[in-house]
Design a protein around this ligand. Structure first.
Ligand code: NDP
Length: 306
């Protein structure tokens, strides 16, 4: 059975940064990319707030760059999804794609977070047929059509603005009477003529036929129902941490985020470190994820030296 010194799970900014640092520290890290190589940034458009890119950078490009940087120092980056972990004793036992077993002396968990859905049966029915949680992945299919985005945060505003550049009309469905997004994002939304913000509206049902989504039924705060005709229904209502693998093994908070010792990346199991969105319900930025990947690598190095 293969034994590795440091196993990193996840390939977002946290995982790749941990790979850069651990490979430079001669820990010979092996990184498994998981089901979304490059992580959430590969589903975004332009990143304007990552230091070092004064003109902004495409999310895919940035992840390709960070990956290349990790490879330059010898990180072993592999395709594959970790399907089981046993953290009951050290070294830890890990299963890849339900088959291959690996033994790891230390583990850095950087599995990130995934998009939330409303939980409507009709939403599930049309998933992939007009219902999407990634405007940048799927927006292209709705050129010159009408679409809706649900949510009032930065993601919703960013996705609505992006879709407005492709689509005819974008409805932004917001459950509160205000947007939670940053002022800059709000201004972009309000200054885009083909975005219609529908405050205090909730989705009752996603409507469709055999061709996919055809509309949505909304309910306003006063109880009145409105039907909008749309071809695409985009969710941007936040994320949940990808910690199912670790339930019952690592200490998690009430929302499922991995708990770490304050100011460190140390989890409740010695030798297991967490980095990025999987342990961060507050900041969730590429730069904070990268920073915490660095912390996990340094904590891991110290642990192994000891
Ligand atoms: P947020 O948690 O910030 O916002 C989620 C939004 O979805 C809120 O408006 C929330 O409403 C709404 N919502 C949640 N559940 C439901 C529901 N069941 N029905 C209807 N609406 C719902 O998530 P984001 O993904 O927007 O942002 C996450 C973090 O990432 C934030 O810190 C954000 O600033 C950051 N970010 C930064 C970007 C940038 O700087 N370029 C780009 C994108 C994200 P309510 O307000 O009522 O709770």
């Amino acid at each position: 059975m293969e034994t590795v010194k440091t196993l990193i799970i996840g390939s977002g900014p946290a995982g790749f940064t941990a790979a850069i640092y651990t490979s430079r520290a001669n820990l010979s890290p092996v990184l498994y990319e998981g089901i979304e190589p490059g992580g959430q940034l590969t589903t975004t458009t332009e990143i304007e707030n990552f230091p070092g890119y004064p003109e902004g950078v495409d999310g895919n490009q940035m992840m390709a760059d960070i990956r290349r940087q990790a490879e330059r120092f010898g990180a072993d980056i592999r395709k594959g999804n970790i399907t089981h972990v046993d953290l009951s004793s050290r070294p830890f036992r890990v299963t890849v794609d339900g088959e291959k077993e690996i033994v790891a002396e230390s583990l850095i968990v950087a599995t990130g977070a995934s998009a939330k859905y409303l939980g409507l049966p009709s939403e599930m029915k049309y998933r992939g047929q007009g219902v999407s949680a990634c405007a940048t992945c799927d927006g292209f299919f709705y050129r010159k059509k009408d679409v809706a985005v649900v949510g009032g945060g930065d993601t919703a505003c960013e996705e609505a603005t992006y879709l407005a550049s492709l689509c005819r009309q974008v409805y932004l469905i917001v459950r509160k009477p205000f947007l939670r997004a940053s002022k800059a994002m709000q201004e972009r939304v309000f200054n885009t003529p083909n975005i219609k913000v529908m405050f205090e509206h909730n989705t009752v049902e996603v409507l469709g036929d055999e061709s996919g989504v055809t509309g949505a039924l909304l309910r306003g705060a006063d109880g009145t129902e409105t039907r909008i005709d749309i071809a695409g229904f985009f969710l941007a209502i936040g994320h949940h941490p990808n910690t199912e693998l670790f339930a019952g093994q690592l200490e998690l908070d009430a929302e499922g985020y991995i708990k770490v010792e304050p100011g460190t990346s140390k989890t409740s199991v010695e030798g297991v470190f967490a980095a990025g969105d999987v342990k961060d319900p507050h900041y969730r930025q590429a730069i904070t994820a990268a920073g915490s990947g660095c912390m996990a690598a340094l904590d891991c190095e110290r642990f192994l030296l000891r």
